[in-house]
Design a protein around this ligand. Sequence first.
Ligand code: MLT
Length: 245
Amino acid sequence: MKLFVYHTPELTPTDSVPDCAIAIDVLRATSTIATALAAGAEAVQVFSDMDKLMYVSEQWPHEKRLRAGERGGAKVAGCDLGNSPLDCTPELVQGKRLFISTTNGTRSLQRVQNAASVLAGAFINRKAVVEYILAKQPETVWIVGSGWEGSFSLEDTACAGAIAHSLQSATGTPLDEFAGNDEVIAASALYLQWKDELLQLMHHASHGKRLLRLNCHEDLKYCVQTDILDVLPIQKELGVFVKNG
Ligand code: MLT
């Protein structure tokens, strides 16, 4: 197995696809997607374009859909939800399809949508991601951070490092042996430096600070919890994610 970490969708190669791609947007899209599926959503359909989301979701039965839209951290007018995982309660999402568009996370999911398998990863479901990789043993694995509008984000790379570190511990393979690029080593070092203080790391992160300005402290606390959900969002058709298994 060769593992590659890319900090942003923009840094991800365009001339090849991996056997397995894991898109990460800790704050907050992939945390929200995993939470919605854990709470019983029928599926989560992702869009980079808000107008397309509105058009496609319009064809879906009204009582079976929820529209979630986020730009700049705030809820998009006309949507039922913003992008807080804490809004995805069973009472609200059970049996419904969540149509979601966010500033960066849904873009990174779309960026890797042609990989043989596409997963949505976050700290909250790190173990489920790692178990899938260990069971399937894909030849090439890309972990793609969402960043913020083309820039590096601490939280996504730290989560990439958490996955790399966990794979390394489970297999007993030296990191050098399965690292496909330098970013794997850097991500792992970042995670190991902060693993016991992930909430503090979020307070250093530019998007963490943005969310704190928007009074989303509870979201930060929720999203740094590691391995709390045994749910793996996996793409079953282009842009549509369901619970694996
Ligand atoms: C994104 O896609 O950039 C994020 O999920 C933004 C957010 O925190 O809502």
